[in-house]
Design a protein. Structure first.
Length: 351
């Protein structure tokens, strides 16, 4: 009887009896896959459209309502979100990287050098540094593409540290002083909306790419590279292409932040640019891409908010990471997605 009353609700109106039961909202919406829908009402259209559209609207409104300091935090958050996206993409291809700082630093130094020594404007230095930086990082890592797991990760961790010491020892590119007084963005609104516009575009691009046949082959390399090789596919060429895409995203971040700070120096190779994107992807949920962005939008503002507590900042931040990982090992995005898909509504029972 308890089950019966839980599933059915009886309404007596004018002597008639209406039976209703609970039904999941998404029942009947998904027709073929997570990306192809068959919608029959405005309610179903809103159910599908609100989750992807709401964050884009928030990114458009936040710069208008945030104070100047938190606008800078929003810029840093979007940059770390892009680095987390590139890390998540590499993991989807089977390459665990600890070298996002390599991508970031190469792009930053290239943009600063093109500004200082070639005198190029901002609208040229950033795209050139993005493409050239992606190519240089790919060339650096080509000899180790045959390595897998921890071995590949260790090489990507060592390379930015090596480049940092090379700049310090040789004094090239400004040495320990770096390159200062670089060209800023002409308009502060262009500065902030450039990265907040590229972030959803990058998310959409990665999700579309991995849904194609090309993306399926990349995921197959992660799952069983020997089987892909036995099909006559050159997996190292595909890995190099994936590495170029990911490193270009990281190089863009470095080139962009160079003109935000109007300075580039050895700190661009700091481990923060390798570790924080990894933590963002783990906290948000690996493999979803949107989870990487969500993790960055949690961890970066949290780190800034804890600056006022002094030395306890690191302790509280570390404890927060432990709570996130232990309580939700699948990631925050996957948890919210599962709960959202379980929403129910009352519907009339057909007689």
């Amino acid at each position: 009887m308890a089950t019966l009353f839980r599933l059915f609700e009886l309404n007596f109106i004018g002597g008639t009896v209406k039976q209703r039961r609970k039904e999941r909202i998404d029942r009947g919406i998904k027709a073929r896959s997570d990306d192809i829908f068959g919608l029959t009402s405005y309610r179903e259209m809103l159910y599908v459209a609100v989750p992807p559209v709401l964050p884009v609207i928030a990114l458009a409104i936040l710069p208008l309502v945030l104070p100047h300091y938190w606008q800078k935090v929003l810029i840093s958050t979007a940059v770390f979100a892009l680095l987390a996206l590139s890390w998540d993409f590499l993991v989807s291809v089977g390459m665990v990287s600890l070298g996002q700082a390599l991508f970031f630093g190469v792009g930053a130094y290239l943009s600063g050098s093109l500004d200082r020594y070639a005198g190029l404007p901002v609208w040229l230095t950033i795209p050139l540094a993005t493409v050239l930086g992606g190519g240089i990082c790919t060339v650096f890592l080509l000899p180790v593409l045959r390595l897998r797991g921890i071995y590949f990760a260790m090489v990507t961790l060592v390379l930015p540290l090596m480049l940092e010491r090379a700049v310090e020892a040789t004094g090239v590119l400004g040495g320990t002083e770096g390159l200062a007084r670089l060209k800023p963005f002409g308009n502060p609104w262009i500065e902030i909306y450039l990265v907040t516009a590229i972030l959803p575009l990058a998310l959409f691009g990665f999700r579309r790419l991995m849904a194609t046949d090309y993306g399926l082959v990349l995921k197959a390399i992660r799952d069983n590279d020997r089987a892909v090789m036995s099909a006559g596919i050159n997996i190292y060429r595909l890995k190099a292409q994936a590495l170029f895409i990911a490193s270009s995203i990281g190089a863009f971040c470095g080139a962009y932040m160079t003109h935000v700070y109007m300075f580039v120096g050895m700190p661009v190779f700091a481990l923060d640019y390798s570790i924080l994107p990894l933590a963002s992807a783990v906290v948000g949920g690996m493999g979803s891409y949107a989870g990487s962005i969500m993790g960055a939008f949690i961890l970066v503002p949290l780190s800034e908010a804890l600056r006022g507590v002094g030395g306890l900042r690191t302790v509280i931040y570390a404890l927060s990471l432990v709570v996130f990982i232990v309580a939700l090992p699948e990631g925050i995005f996957h948890y919210i997605q599962r709960k959202y898909q379980k929403f129910e509504r009352w519907v009339e029972v057909e007689k």
